[in-house]
Design a protein around this ligand. Structure first.
Ligand SMILES: *Cc1c(COP(=O)(O)O)cnc(C)c1O
Length: 393
């Protein structure tokens, strides 16, 4: 693969897929076969991901959000059950709880890592709490020892939202082995892509069976699970499931992409090292803090602009970055501030750290296909805005 070429599009996006001829050939092979869905590529992809992270079982879904919905079903989340998650995440991390009839509860983030704060989680646990959905924000693993210890003490299921952290490690263990169930997303901005796609990995056979059921209308042909058996055509629907299946086209692409995962992550780490080096000694510009227990796989590179150090606000900086063709983004708007969430909230939610974070954060472009010229350009635009607006009081 050629690291120097990224094509000459005008706006440098914050994230983007990297597809090569092998990926395209893998999809073509499925198109020329007998099965374009529910064929052999699904299981191959599931086994590849399970093997890579070191989990026993994997169930592929049509997207990561559907996979999270499946995990909530498998965990037995139902009406009235509370599930604690972070406000600094994509909507899917808490929408999945609502799909299952549960109540999302938001615990504030840590000032340094921007991940959910285990101390804040503990404060939010009630007798109705059923599960925790920690999110490895930007690719940096959450403090899973503290999360798991708490979950164990209170009898809670841990659903790890690892949409940002495929390939990351926590205390020497790969993400995917640290919780009851772990979700990965294969949206094109994530580490590998299958177009749309998601997966749950788990070591628990009961969860595995529930996930298979949920993905396919709640129907089964497993002889051991049937009440009766009318014949070879016979199936039973034992739960209300959905059609959340992945196609073979997606799975074949995912398989091919998995062959390059380490290369993708290494390139992300290279870019991050370059950014970190370039943004040293720039007071007021906060680069990502990394906890010693984790090894991030770097989905996002977030810089924060300390408001009181600049003569313009974050919005202005964001707009000027965009004017210079740097396709920056803001990850994320605190979920509970969304109109829908405010309308259904039973009491006022305030997470001060999350709100402070949101006021100052900007995600810079980070994806393996970025060329060295792209990286130099991002750095030079950031530095020129810094010089233009920073003031030393
Ligand atoms: C991408 C993502 C998901 C799942 O998204 P899909 O687009 O449905 O695959 C879930 N949680 C987080 C934090 C994400 O970034």
């Amino acid at each position: 693969m050629n690291m120097a070429q990224s094509g000459g599009s005008t706006m440098l996006p914050y994230g983007k897929q990297w597809l090569d001829e092998d990926d395209k050939a893998a999809v073509m092979q499925v198109l020329n076969s007998d099965f374009i869905t529910q064929g052999p590529a699904i299981e191959r992809f599931e086994q590849k991901v399970a093997h890579y992270v070191g989990a026993r079982y994997a169930v592929a879904f049509c997207n990561g959000t559907a996979a999270l919905h499946g995990a909530c079903f498998a965990a037995g989340i139902g009406p009235g059950d509370e599930v604690i998650t972070t406000p600094i995440t994509f909507l899917a991390s808490s929408n999945c709880v609502l799909y299952a009839g549960g109540v999302p509860v938001f615990a504030d983030i840590k000032k340094d890592t921007y991940n959910i704060d285990p101390t804040e989680v503990e404060k939010k646990i009630t007798e109705r709490t059923k599960a925790l959905i920690p999110v490895d924000f930007t690719g940096q693993p959450v403090e899973m020892d503290r999360i798991n210890e708490m979950a164990h003490r209170h009898g809670l299921v841990v659903i790890h939202d690892a949409a940002h952290s495929l390939g990351a490690e926590y205390k020497g263990k790969k993400v995917g082995t640290l919780a009851d169930m772990t979700m990965f997303s294969f949206h094109p901005v994530k580490h590998i892509t299958s177009g749309e796609g998601g997966m749950i990995v788990t070591d628990n056979e009961h969860y595995y069976q529930q996930l298979l059921l949920f993905r396919n209308h709640g129907m089964t042909k497993e002889p051991a699970l049937l009440e009766k058996n009318d014949g070879p055509w016979y199936y039973e629907m034992t739960a209300l499931g959905y059609n959340y299946r992945m196609t073979d086209l997606q799975a074949a692409l995912g398989c091919s992409q998995m062959g390059k995962i380490d290369q993708f992550i290494n390139r992300r780490r290279e870019i991050v090292a370059f950014y970190n080096e370039a943004f040293q000694n720039m007071p007021g510009l906060i680069t990502p803090f990394q906890h010693a227990d984790g090894q991030s796989s770097w989905h996002l590179y977030v810089v924060r602009w300390e408001q009181e150090r600049f003569t313009v606000d974050r919005k202005q900086l964001f707009e000027e970055l965009r004017e210079n063709h740097i396709g920056v983004q803001v990850h994320y708007i605190p979920v509970y501030t969304q109109p829908y969430y405010r309308a259904i909230a039973t009491s006022e939610v305030i997470c001060p750290e999350a709100e402070n974070y949101y006021q100052t954060a900007i995600s810079l472009p980070l994806f393996p296909l970025m060329s060295n010229d792209d990286i130099v350009k991002v750095v030079s635009v950031v530095k020129s805005l810094y010089r233009k607006y920073y003031f030393d009081r």
